[in-house]
Design a protein around this ligand. Sequence first.
Ligand SMILES: [Zn+2]
Length: 475
Amino acid sequence: MEDYLQKREELEIEITKTKYDGISFTPIEEQANKIYRQALINERATKDDSFYKGYTLRHRDQFEKESFIFKAIQKLPKGAVQHIHIECCMDIDWFMEELAYHENTYFNQETSTFMYFQSTEKAQIGFKNLGQEREKTINKVQFDEEIRKCLFIQEYERMDSKQIIWSFFEKKITSVSGITYFKGHYPRFLKRCLENFIKDGVIHIEARADLGLIFKEDGTYLSINEEMEIIQKVLKEVQADYPYFTLQLIIQGLKMWDLSQIEQYMRNALTAKKNYPELICGFDMVQEEDSFKTMLEIAPALIKMKEMQDEFGVELPFVFHGGESLDTLTNINLLDILILGSKRIGHGINLAQHSYLLEKIKKDQVCLEICPVSNQMLKYIDDIRLHPIKTLLNYGVKVSINSDDPGLFGYNGVSMDYFFVSIGTQLDYKDLKLCVYNSIQYSFLSVEQKKAAWQELEKRFQIWCKWFIESCPCS
Ligand SMILES: [Zn+2]
């Protein structure tokens, strides 16, 4: 038996050495991990199947109040967020307080769309001034509640088929952009979004962002440089309060566009990169994978990036969405994404089905930007216990945890996503720290920035572990 146990220990050491390559754990972290695992076991014992299935957010009030794991995750250092879409990160409370009843906010009840107009005379047909409408109503609490419901996906809206949830999803995205992208509102919208992530323990964000959406009073759009100036100014304001925080943008185009449109957009993105090299870090193409063009179909435009980069004298790496699909016969976007040289992959959740790519992704260290809540909300995974994140992590694939579109799902920051995978797939403290490490290591920060960020995070992890050991009910 002694020999058997020796072999067992050797194998365990070999496995963990490969898995945690790049990070180490202090004795206090080892102790915290042990307690965290017990806390997970205890908390999972209080849940039945219905907690993990379909719409886990329906239990939100309960676990936000009662779960020690959730509380601990809120305090956990998070590192970088590699995958959010800025337009989908609106703080609902902030919108209700500051913009919903702003004098220039108009609402179309039939389409549930909000729009900025200079005056009632200039409002499009069907739009009424929302503040004035609220004044007319007797039950203002109910009125506010109805407006609030329009801002994020409701449980009943996601109960139908996948296509329907995407149509609700896309409608929600555009329903508020006519307000938030107004030049006068956008800086406050963005600032609030960044601050929410920082308060949630995030120190760096690489956010998907559109070019050419911010508009002026008369409805015309700002130039790319004007847009970038606004974003840069907001970032400087945020950095005045949080000097360690950094932000970069991954410019996103739409898969519904024709090839010449995509090429023109790539040129615009390269112009932005040339003028704002510190701010722009990547390029992506988005929209529901199975309803629009495949990566192979848009590849004729994308392969021109190389010569365009030479022409502009800058580099703009690809960071593509891919593998966000249940359709493994017709959707092999992951294959094309790798050939196109994507630095990371947005989602990649069907990689387990395209497992012939696992070794390559692992060898090339292509990090997967996993977005657990989004995966359940958009119905790619019904039961969060079956999310492939743990399988991928244990296999040695680089994985980070992200929130994709938190505003549209009704929350802020990224703690909710850490909670989903920890309670669902039993990621322990060490697993979570590994995901945080990956978020920095596979970001677009410079080598020096990564080193500084990790030093800061290591300090925060030690403080967190001490707090956790002292506070956990099962210590
Ligand atoms: Zn996304």
